[in-house]
Design a protein around this ligand. Structure first.
Ligand SMILES: [Zn+2]
Length: 291
């Protein structure tokens, strides 16, 4: 490895706060995003958040980053997972071994990773990870289910910045679909994040978000707008419907190429509407509300 490419690697590391370094690594994520942000939090004791990349060349960059941190006295004590999706834990097993660090995450993340990688310590909502060092800080875990059942955000005490995982993004969109997702919980979690009043949000995909309240209001309004369109489409359909019967009308503002994902999101909206008693279902199809 020549000096110039080493310098190239170092230049990829950005500072989000005196206590937080950011490195975006290439991952098999959902276009238009191509990278997942990973974080090193702490100025003495530290944690590495998002062991994201399954690609060896990018894992090498992460290992080099941690080694150079260790050389200046920053010592990671653990790897933290926000949730179980492959573009977030693709390097968990390899990095756990190569760096000799334990992996920490929520119980529901550990459950979904069973047989893939071992989670060494379970983190609960409200758990505080103290990090000693020249600038003392602590990360508080916030359980934010909805996109994934075990999703955790982490608030850095020293900066007031929240590592937000896949709750919001500044590139692309957040998928909430029935296999992992729950629309009621997702909206509740967005409101919970707003109530904590973070100074800024560090999403897994894209740049830092400097006005959390504005983006959280937008995300909530956008989901409720879509829910209204799903309900309209169901009423217009006038008979029992499957999600794909509704996509042309509910997503008339979205390119057809995205409709396969949209159909899964419609299903999440229909499940929410049914649980709220606003519509009913019958044999995997949904019925419009009685007039
Ligand atoms: Zn995800």
């Amino acid at each position: 490895m020549g000096e110039s490419s080493k310098m190239g690697r170092a230049a990829r590391v950005k500072s989000a706060a005196p206590t937080i370094e950011v490195l975006a690594v290439r991952t098999p994520t959902l276009p238009p995003a191509t990278h997942t942000n990973t974080f090193l939090v702490g100025t003495g004791q530290a944690v590495l958040v998002e062991p994201a990349t399954p690609y060896q060349d990018e894992q090498d960059v992460m290992v080099e980053w941690v080694e150079s941190a260790r050389a200046r006295g920053v010592e990671p004590i653990a790897i933290l997972a926000t949730h179980h999706h492959p573009d977030h834990i693709g390097g968990a097993g390899v990095l756990r071994n190569r760096l000799g660090l334990p992996l920490w995450g929520h119980a529901m993340t550990a459950q979904r990773l069973s047989g893939v990688v071992e989670v060494d310590r379970l983190l609960e909502d409200g758990e505080r990870i103290e990090l000693d060092g020249p600038t003392k800080t602590a990360l508080t875990a916030v359980h934010t289910p909805g996109h994934a059942p075990g999703h955790l955000c982490f608030v850095d005490e020293a900066s007031g910045i929240m590592i937000a995982g896949d709750m919001v993004a500044s590139i692309g969109t957040i998928i909430v679909e029935p296999i992992d997702g729950d629309m009621i919980l997702y909206l509740d979690s967005l409101r919970r994040i707003a109530s904590l009043e973070p100074v800024a949000l560090l999403p897994a995909h894209g740049d830092i978000i400097g006005d959390p309240q504005a983006i959280l209001r937008f995300y909530i309004a956008h989901r409720l707008m879509r829910e209204g369109k799903v309900l309209d489409a169901l009423e217009a359909h006038g008979q029992t419907a499957r999600p794909d019967d509704l996509v042309a009308r509910a997503y008339d503002d979205t390119p057809e190429a995205l409709w396969p994902l949209a159909i899964r999101s419609i299903e999440a909206h229909l499940i929410k509407l049914e649980r709220e008693g606003r519509i009913t279902s019958e044999g995997g199809c949904w019925l419009p509300p009685a007039p």
